[in-house]
Design a protein around this ligand. Structure first.
Ligand SMILES: Nc1nc2c(ncn2[C@@H]2O[C@H](COP(=O)(O)OP(=O)(O)O)[C@@H](O)[C@H]2O)c(=O)[nH]1
Ligand SMILES: [Mg+2]
Length: 161
């Protein structure tokens, strides 16, 4: 399940993973569900469903139901958007709360890695520290635009067997 603030690039990451393409459009997502077959490191194939949440945040009851049913979560922020970083922190804690345990597969994702220089507000160290020390979850930085680390993200997110 892909969660995070509006416009951080959730749909772009999804499209890069499924279609291997990047289109620079900013269409709002309500909630898109993708079916995909992946090959696991063990050699087995698994059928997975990925839910790209957008405006679902405006429907907390539905969002929380999806969280309750979900197996793995990518919580995305944009490295050039401080508010989205705070939203991601809140979202991770919210997932832990709903699941009632910290034993949940969460990957904190800093997207828009290509926005370097003055565009970047959240450093790699900052994201990594938060993930490892406070949230105790995995961490990856991606660029949906340049297709950096997108497959790595899904590898971390999905089960090994
Ligand atoms: N520079 C850059 N822009 C991106 C990246 N990913 C998404 N975007 C842009 O950010 C905007 C929002 O993307 P979208 O996928 O719709 O965000 P969502 O609301 O989280 O689904 C669009 O204009 C995308 O082209 C990225 O990795 N780098
Ligand atoms: Mg979207």
């Amino acid at each position: 399940m892909l969660l995070g603030a509006e416009s951080v690039g959730k749909s772009a990451i999804m499209k890069q993973f499924i279609n291997e393409a990047f289109t620079d459009n900013n269409t709002q997502t309500v909630a898109d569900c993708y079916q995909h077959v992946i090959k696991l490191p063990s050699g087995l194939y698994r059928h997975i469903q990925i839910l790209d949440t957008g405006s679902l945040n405006q429907f907390p009851a539905m969002r929380d139901l999806s969280i309750r049913l979900g197996h793995a979560f990518a919580v995305v922020y944009a490295v050039d958007d401080y508010d989205s970083f705070n939203t991601a922190i809140d979202m991770c804690n919210h997932i832990y709360q709903i699941k009632g345990t910290r034993n949940v597969r969460i990957v904190l994702v800093g997207n828009k890695l290509d926005a370097t220089g003055c565009g970047r507000l959240i450093s790699t160290e900052c994201g990594l520290k938060l993930a490892s020390r406070s949230l105790k979850c995995a961490f990856v930085e991606t660029s949906a635009k340049l297709k950096l680390n997108v497959s790595c993200l899904f590898q971390t997110l999905l089960p090994e067997e």
